[in-house]
Write a protein that binds this ligand. Structure first.
Ligand code: AMP
Length: 506
């Protein structure tokens, strides 16, 4: 079973329906997309000499070529390694090296960064810029037949940061991705052929994962020309393309309803906004429902069980007359159709309804493990259950409310930031004795990064120096927005830093 069969099926069933669009303009129909992908796949195997299971990375701002590249990879029986376009050169270098990617596709804005990162990735032999003739040449030649794959072959290596701050590659198989696709139809939506989806959120993450249910139904996938989330442009595209779906992080939903151009949205233009990846405040959600109507569906998932743990459907959002409507809006909804979800204690025993515990998940969407990281795999996958690191509680109707993120992760503007990663960088400064990073609520971004720093006796360090250090080592959006210099970090009896106490000082 090869996930690229979804595109083959669509080419047969939806031939001339637009598969991809760049802004207002159709790029390729389903039949032509299929043909292009099968020719590109020949180049991957014959010209680049790639064989089943080889990793092919891509670092791209959102563009139609990202879908071409992904399906060419799967068609050839290879494994895609999507990288977030906002990462730092060092982070790209780590992923390229760790995954052993042999080829990397880029958009021109990232070409120099990837070339720099490639110096540390000996297996990487070639970088292809999708705006060059070299890429255009990949669409010329003979098509190949779709590669045979086992359902368990890894199709998508999803790099997610761990508690240690070092990214880990969650191995998602063809079967995982197919289960996620079918789950979309069961719990989220079943769009008709010729409907549309706008990709405004990063294609390396949630928005990209939703390509599968779109392709299999003959939906037109539309890429903003800016390659980013520009609210006015997005609203224009929603009005232009029929029956439009979109995936947005909660902060992006907020920006949409607060933007003047939201008033230009034509009635009925929006079919669905699926949102998730971070908590949505109930007050924002109510405003969004008032403004946009019953088009919102919430998803709770993680890279290790992509987009599929629980959902709060459009109907649940709309049920205002229900006595527990508000509590439900504050929850992440019911367990998804294709998984079993439990809340457990440290020994893995189910805790009673209403009690808080760790959320664990089992089912066909759950990853097979972390790439080349048996230790982390053993911690996360126990007896077939994925330990999510999230803490929550079920109510008596089966609605799951997330209480906290046990991993202390910060989510800013929909992007995950792991404190340890920033702490590691700040600790490089000779005048820093100790530091600890936490998230502070921010009205627009959800959270922002704050660093507590203890300097060494007799030495002095300035925020500007620490900022410089961060800019040299990690992605810009991860650097602290505030530095607090304190005499000592609060610690428990075991010497562990008490982040909860630090948060009370914000
Ligand atoms: P990622 O692996 O990057 O997709 O991040 C997954 C994490 O984001 C989860 O483990 C949760 O902590 C958080 N998350 C995902 N969806 C939601 C949601 N609907 N509400 C609150 N937090 C969420």
């Amino acid at each position: 079973m090869n996930i690229a069969h979804l595109l083959l099926g669509a080419a047969q069933e939806f031939r001339d329906i637009a598969a991809l669009a760049r802004g207002d303009t159709v790029h390729l129909g389903y039949r032509d997309l299929w043909r292009r992908v099968s020719v590109m796949s020949t180049h991957l195997t014959v010209r680049f000499g790639l064989t089943r299971g080889d990793r092919v990375a891509f670092a791209m701002t959102n563009c139609v070529e990202s879908i071409e590249v992904m399906y060419a990879i799967w068609h050839a029986g290879l494994c895609a390694v999507p990288m977030n376009a906002k990462l730092h050169a060092r982070e790209f270098a780590f992923i390229l090296e760790n995954s052993g990617a042999r080829l990397c596709f880029v958009t021109p804005d990232l070409a120099a960064t990837i070339a720099e990162a490639a110096k540390e990735a000996p297996a990487l032999k070639e970088i292809v810029d999708v705006t060059t003739r070299a890429y255009g040449f990949m669409a010329v030649g003979d098509p190949s037949t779709i590669a045979d794959c086992e359902p368990t072959d890894t199709a998508w290596l999803f790099y997610t940061s761990g508690t240690t701050g070092r990214p880990k590659g969650a191995m998602l198989s063809h079967r995982n991705l197919l289960a996620m696709t079918l789950n979309y139809y069961a719990d989220v939506d079943r769009p008709p052929a010729g409907a549309s989806m706008v990709h405004a959120a990063p294609i390396s993450h949630g928005s990209g994962l939703w390509n599968f249910p779109m392709v299999a139904r003959g939906v037109t996938q539309v890429f903003p020309e800016s390659g980013h989330y520009d609210v006015a442009e997005t609203v224009g595209l929603m009005n232009r393309w029929p029956d439009c779906s979109i995936f947005l992080a909660p902060t992006m939903v907020k920006r949409l309803i607060e933007h003047a151009s939201a008033a230009d949205l034509k009635p009925g233009a929006l079919r669905l906004i699926s949102y998730g990846g971070a908590p949505m405040y109930v007050s924002d959600l109510k405003r969004a429902l008032d403004r946009l109507g019953s088009v919102l569906c919430q998803l709770y998932g993680q890279g290790e069980s992509p987009m599929t743990i629980t959902h709060l459907s459009r109907e649940m959002h709309a049920a205002r007359q229900h006595p527990r409507w508000e509590a439900r809006l504050a929850s992440a909804g019911l367990a998804d159709t294709c998984v079993e979800v439990r809340v457990v204690d440290e020994q893995g025993r189910k805790v009673p309804v209403g009690e808080v515990g760790e959320i664990v998940v089992k089912g066909d969407t759950v990853m097979s493990g972390y790439w080349n990281n048996p230790e982390a795999t053993a911690k996360s996958l126990r007896d077939g259950w994925l330990w999510t690191g999230d803490v929550g509680a079920f109510d008596e109707d089966g609605f799951l409310t997330l209480k906290d993120r046990s991993k202390d992760m910060i989510i800013s503007g929909g992007s995950n930031i792991y404190p340890r990663e920033i702490e590691d960088v700040l600790n490089l400064h000779p005048a820093v004795a100790e530091c600890s990073v936490v998230g502070r609520p921010h009205p627009e971004w959800g959270e922002e990064v704050v660093a507590f720093v203890v300097s060494r006796p007799g030495s002095k360090v300035t925020p500007a120096e620490l900022d410089r250090l961060c800019l040299d080592n990690i992605a810009r959006f991860k650097r602290p927005k505030d530095y607090r210099f304190i005499d000592a970090l609060p610690k428990n009896n075991y010497g562990k830093i008490l982040k909860t106490e630090l948060r009370t000082k914000l």
